[in-house]
Design a protein around this ligand. Sequence first.
Ligand code: NAP
Length: 366
Amino acid sequence: MVWPAARSAGRRCLKPPNRIMPIPLPEAIETEAQLEDVLTRPSPELSGFIRQARSPLLILGAGGKMGPTLALLARRAADTAGHALRIVAVSRFTDESLRGKLESRGIETIACDLLEREAVAALPEAPDVLNLVGRKFGSGRNPALTWAVNTIVPSHVAARFPRARIVALSTGNVYPLTPVDRGGAPETHPLTPLGEYANAAVARERLVEYHSGRNRTPVVLLRLTYAVELRYGVLHDLARKVWANEPVDVTNGWFNCIWQGDANERILRALSLAACPPLALNLTAPGALSVRKVAARLGELMGRTPQFTGTEALDALLTDPAEACARLGPPATPLDTLLRWTARWVASGGVSWNKPTRFEVRNGVF
Ligand SMILES: NC(=O)c1ccc[n+]([C@@H]2O[C@H](COP(=O)([O-])OP(=O)(O)OC[C@H]3O[C@@H](n4cnc5c(N)ncnc54)[C@H](OP(=O)(O)O)[C@@H]3O)[C@@H](O)[C@H]2O)c1
């Protein structure tokens, strides 16, 4: 199974200026150590780019699903390039053990609650900042906290680093569901989503944009849908259902995703695209994936026959990454490789973070 042709492919994706050089990929991934090695192997393009990153590179919200491998990827790229880049990972570090792991790999850490203005003020000056902080899950139960994390934190950060280049993570959830046959929302689509999380994510972008305009801060907003690796993500969720012989609901019948290693590689190289007014880019692999077809392929790989419920709706949360592909090249990791890795990982009892993406949600309540 290959990434489906994006409807916009003829427009921008077929001749990207910087085609990513393929990195040799293993047939299978058996352990978390091997997984983290694969996720943090720098591409030649990243090793070339990283010399432009300036110390300290601050990674905010580094304690979540993406931050640790992003920090390690930056470390390996800088080391490969012989660039003495200081990398500082900032988070509350709810998982305290993560600090030691990062520090042992040459990444400095600072424990900080970024909701506290004084704590943000005490962070070191930084010319390059990646902001990964966000809150999605639990928004139905505690929407006030979701609004606080998604608005107060980016506002503090943008005000604290007016002269930095900022890569601010956003989400494809800033768009409403769009008709599947349109090929996904481009960046110009109105930001009129459903639900408190998604609207707080729109506010997150707007506050960064406001500070950027006020201080002339160069910013790139990356609207990500969905990062996948073997311990979590849409492919992991589908594989677990198929493996457990649980029915797969196809009502929300289509999705986009991108290998987390490819997503992190782009987050770093996106520093070069920071602009004022901010540049917004959809971050995912081109082409809408059918839930039914992906589940069927996973079933084939795992020796299971998937059970389906529901009927595909005519719309879904889909974004068009043509602009990002044109600027950064297409993501390197083939879809069928991801499906083979995921099927084997789940079928052999590989670690799960038990953090479902809830990509089936269509009413905006997470
Ligand atoms: N992963 C995806 O598939 C996906 C999809 C779409 C968009 N995104 C966006 O990409 C970004 C990174 O994704 P992710 O999956 O790594 O998110 P994540 O797992 O939620 O990680 C974000 C981390 O930020 C830290 N944080 C939260 N509040 C904080 C605070 N007040 N002060 C300091 N740190 C705080 C938390 O770590 P501590 O507990 O250590 O503080 C949290 O784990 C997010 O902004 C998300 O919106 C991700």
